[in-house]
Design a protein around this ligand. Structure first.
Ligand code: ADP
Length: 450
């Protein structure tokens, strides 16, 4: 007997809409919340019920006491946190439980463990996952840190232990840069994550970022839904994601799946999650972090595997057994996701704000658009600049690249600068077409794209 019949969505924008759609298909009542800046949000209109959160617009989606009491008042039996905001807040997950509300996500202890990058490296190493050489506990003493850095050997990377979104990371190539980089990383960690703890790790030159999507139920069944290549990044933040990786040795691919599923089984993980790896030029594999939430880039996996990740996430939280076992999951074709951001690539990617004056979206075979935008929508300046995701699919890589070109060319979004033109240039680039992608791809190409 399932308990979940009404879900509060503790998020906004495209992911709120995506969760509402999953709820509708599962015949679950959806409840949207919105800040004073989001009165015009499309998800507010599409949900079965909606409630405002008054006051500070930035804090609105973070204020978990208010959100939990709203869920209780509205008789919701579960909360879906989406990504960002409260999605990786172990205290929130615990507070939901304590208030008799199902948190649609992993157990609080797993959220807490993987929220700490150092602790997660230690835990993953214990279950046989290869990690990068580095410090596995916080280092405050700069002299000591410098000594360790030279033992590891430059280049190294200094990372915020509780970091995310590409922030709080500094690459150090020579010893003489160490002191100032250490200070910057520590200050940034404190500013953005409220905790100045940093650690040191060997820096991998020109790696690919490959991540494995996992689904695990409460009964020890763990499956993978293939990998995503998220090497196209700007400032360590993903811009384009591809599934499967267009150039990955089949042996390496199998090994990534094996390592990721085994680790999640051994650690007793539940819900959906993503195990992120770097793969170096010699195909060595290194775990970097685990994300305990649904990711922005989940649609490429949904398309190639045919599995609705959000729906399965809700069912698993409700105590259902895994619906599709590994042998029932078949992968087909290639999918590419383009993050559509309200930002100006010509002006150092400065976030742009404004009203969408003209909006003609791509369509047709093999095209999916996850967005909460519409003509006349005023993009609030208070949140993330991502206004949608264009996803394309075809049976072979070449066809998928051609489809991407066609779909991006069809996209009309007027009113403020976006990165659509940059995407159009990327899909015409030879290295992109060849699938020659590493995490330095975009940085090295930016001059050419301007
Ligand atoms: P965040 O949680 O901020 O997303 P991650 O640890 O997932 O940070 O790393 C984000 C990106 O930063 C990676 O995809 C990669 O491009 C780069 N990166 C992180 N660690 C290393 C490393 N040790 N060597 C090289 N690049 C790295």
């Amino acid at each position: 007997m399932n308990k979940i019949s009404k879900v509060l969505i503790a998020n906004r924008g495209e992911i709120a809409l995506r969760i509402i759609r999953a709820c509708k298909e599962l015949e679950i009542t959806s409840v949207a919340i919105f800040s004073e800046a989001d009165v015009e949000g499309l998800w507010v209109r599409k949900a079965d019920e909606c409630y405002p959160i008054l006051g500070d617009v930035i804090q609105a989606y973070l204020n978990y006491e208010t959100i939990i009491s709203m869920a209780k008042k509205a008789n919701c039996d579960a909360i879906h946190p989406g990504y960002g905001f409260l999605s990786e807040n172990a205290d929130f997950a615990k507070a939901c439980e304590e208030n008799g509300i199902i948190f649609i996500g992993p157990k609080p202890e797993h959220i807490a463990l993987f929220g700490d990058k150092m602790a997660s490296k230690v835990a993953m190493k214990e279950v046989g996952v290869p990690i990068l050489e580095g410090t596995n506990e916080p280092i405050e003493d700069k002299k000591e840190a410098k000594k360790i850095a030279s033992q590891i050997g430059y280049p190294i990377i200094i990372k915020a232990a509780f970091g995310g979104g590409g922030r709080g990371m500094r690459i150090v190539r020579q010893e003489k840069e160490f002191d100032s980089m250490f200070d910057t990383a520590t200050n940034e960690a404190l500013k953005f994550f409220g905790n100045g703890q940093v650690f040191i790790e060997k820096y991998v030159e020109n790696p690919r970022h490959i991540e494995v999507q996992i689904i695990a139920d409460k009964y020890g069944n763990v499956v993978h839904l293939g990998e995503r290549d998220c090497s196209i990044q700007r400032r360590h933040q993903k811009v384009i994601e591809i599934s499967p990786s267009p150039r990955l040795n089949q042996e390496v691919r199998k090994e990534l799946y094996r390592i990721a599923t085994k680790a999640m089984f051994k650690l007793g993980y539940e819900s959906v999650g993503t195990v992120e790896f770097l793969v170096d030029e010699n195909d060595n594999i290194f775990f970097i972090e685990m994300n305990t939430r649904v990711q922005v880039e989940h649609p490429v996996t949904e398309i190639t595997s045919g599995i609705d990740i959000i729906q399965r996430m809700i069912e698993i939280a409700d105590g259902d057994k895994m619906k599709y076992m590994q042998e029932e999951i078949n992968f087909r074709g290639y999918a590419i996701e383009f993050r559509i951001n309200a930002e100006n690539p010509q002006k150092n990617f400065m976030p742009s704000v404004g009203t969408i004056e003209k909006y003609l979206t791509p369509n047709g075979p093999g095209v999916r658009l996850d967005s909460a935008a519409y003509t006349g929508y005023k993009v609030p300046a208070n949140y993330d600049s991502m206004i949608g995701k264009l996803i394309v699919w075809a049976l072979d890589w070449e066809g998928t690249v051609k489809k991407a070109r066609r779909a991006l060319d069809e996209f009309v979004l007027e009113g403020f600068p976006t990165n659509i033109e940059l995407h159009r240039e990327i899909v015409r680039d030879e290295d992109f077409k060849e699938g020659n992608l590493t995490t330095s791809y975009l940085d090295t190409k930016m001059d050419k794209f301007k």
